[in-house]
Design a protein around this ligand. Structure first.
Ligand code: BG6
Length: 466
């Protein structure tokens, strides 16, 4: 099996997880800059401003801000055809609501795009990857407020125009579907709930504002350059039924509605019966403005990008409620308790392509693991190679055997970075090791792992080596 030469192989990161330099050159604070480290047992505490003597992982990240030349060179050495990255909104508009952008912030990304061009690496740029400017959250209530649509579009116009000669692939909001799935969608939408707030209603309103913003950004991006390809981004939680009991099948259908809620609107351009049934269940109706509905209709995406890390299993419990099981007995788990299911990736690709017939882009997939150096200081991460090998193989089957259209594959965190879930460094995804620990200590020195050479060969052979 081999893919053709146009397939975009690469890796994916987000600004707040790698750049550091959190106040450099006029950057403002974003929501990641006030999040502390936690672990898999505790959630990350969020402060209202950076406090003295508290360690915030985003402040230094892996200092990509100053190491970008070295890091991009390593990506090029692996043969990357593309690199998914995000622009930090608060570097461009430090408070989010200014009228004019911060030129020093724009210049930083000029340098990044020039460097990528030097190696013929195609940028795939996420406009908002868990890094809403903090001022927009504190002053306006984040995406509860439709003013953010205007601010977001101002930012989009600036970056679409400025980087037009470098960037053709854009992604609007990272894992937007997690707004409905998460208890508190802080990362996705900058939302921490007030007491007595109707959480469901807020999630629907916030999702609406973000989907309108995304649709308007798609339209704007196409006006600025009709060759722009602009996609949505979702986390795809392929789900199995615990048994073949019809009620379990119903549970699965119900469980996945939260995800189709977003892809239906962003790909089809309207709130489908699936969306309306979710409102109905809460006995709510939403009368959105005509002009918003028009924006959704006229700003459908060019492709669907998604992250895939694990699959889930659900059943209908005795109270007729959907219940998620703790894992699938047929698959193994990662050290962070995520089910490892490569076939689930093939199924996801089929599921999304069947439903929307839009090109797909796998923009995140990978294994977070603890890496240990051997006596000679090398990192032989065979477990990571195995994980990626098995997932890429299933992706190739979907492309070749099932005839699913896939634009590219970017593994998550080609270089070790800060974990979103826990803020840790020890949950490593990279082909490139970064000498940095959970408490922020370390020399930041980069080192190739065994998987570095393995992935290089996968790209060189367009997957034939798998
Ligand atoms: C995705 C995010 O949810 O999962 C990434 O888009 C994140 O930003 C990745 O890093 C892996 O999650 P974690 O918690 O291991 O960092």
């Amino acid at each position: 099996m081999k893919l053709d030469n146009t397939f975009l192989w690469g890796g994916a990161t987000a600004a707040n997880q790698i750049e550091g330099a959190y106040l450099a050159d006029g950057k403002g604070l974003n929501i990641a800059d006030v999040e502390r480290v936690a672990n898999d047992k505790h959630i990350r505490k969020v402060d209202s401003k950076p406090l003295k003597d508290i360690y915030y992982p985003s402040h230094e990240g892996i200092d990509f801000y100053h190491h970008y030349k070295e890091d991009i060179k390593l990506f090029a050495e692996m043969g990357f055809k593309c690199y998914r990255m995000s622009i930090s909104w608060a570097r461009i508009f430090p408070n989010g609501d200014e009228l004019e952008p911060n030129i020093a912030g724009l210049e930083f990304y000029d340098k990044i795009f020039k460097e990528l061009k030097r190696y013929n690496i195609e940028p795939v740029v996420t406009l908002s990857h868990y890094e809403t400017p903090l001022n927009l959250v504190q002053k306006y209530g984040s995406w509860r407020n439709e003013k953010l649509i205007e601010f977001f579009l101002r930012y989009c116009r600036v970056v679409f125009e400025r980087y037009d000669k470098y960037v053709s692939y854009w992604v609007t909001f990272n894992e937007i579907n997690e707004i409905l799935n998460q208890n508190e969608p802080y990362h996705q939408a900058g939302i921490l709930f007030n007491d007595n707030e109707n959480r469901f209603k807020t999630k629907i309103l916030v999702s609406h504002n973000m989907m309108v913003a995304s649709a308007k950004a798609v339209k704007l991006g196409h006006e600025i350059n009709p060759n722009n390809k602009i996609g949505c981004m979702v986390q795809w939680p392929l789900t199995y039924t615990a048994t073949c009991r019809p009620k379990d099948m119903l549970a699965r259908q119900k469980f996945m509605k939260n995800d189709f809620y977003y892809t239906d609107v962003m790909c089809r351009g309207y709130y489908s019966n699936v969306c309306r049934s979710i409102w109905k269940e809460e006995n709510l109706t939403f009368d959105f403005k005509k002009e918003d509905l028009y924006a959704l209709k006229t700003g459908t995406v060019d492709f669907i990008s998604f992250s895939y890390y694990f699959s889930s299993v659900v059943k209908m419990n005795s109270k007729d409620k959907v219940e998620k099981l703790d894992g699938n007995p047929y698959v193994k788990k990662t050290s962070w308790g995520w089910d490892i299911d490569p076939i689930g990736l093939r199924l996801s690709l089929n599921q999304l392509y069947d439903r929307y017939q839009l090109p797909l882009f796998i923009v995140e997939n990978g294994l977070g693991a603890i890496d240990k150096k051997d006596e000679s200081g090398d990192i032989n991460d065979d477990y990571r190679i195995q994980f990626l090998n098995d997932h890429i193989k299933e992706m190739m089957k979907a492309i070749i055997e099932d005839q699913v259209k896939v634009i590219g594959y970017t593994s998550w965190g080609p270089i070790d970075l800060v974990s979103v879930g826990t803020g840790e460094m020890k949950k490593r995804y990279g082909f490139i090791y970064v000498d940095k620990e959970n408490d922020g200590t370390g020399s930041l020195k980069r080192k190739r792992k065994k998987s570095f050479y393995w992935y290089k060969n996968v790209i060189k052979t367009n997957g034939e080596s798998i």
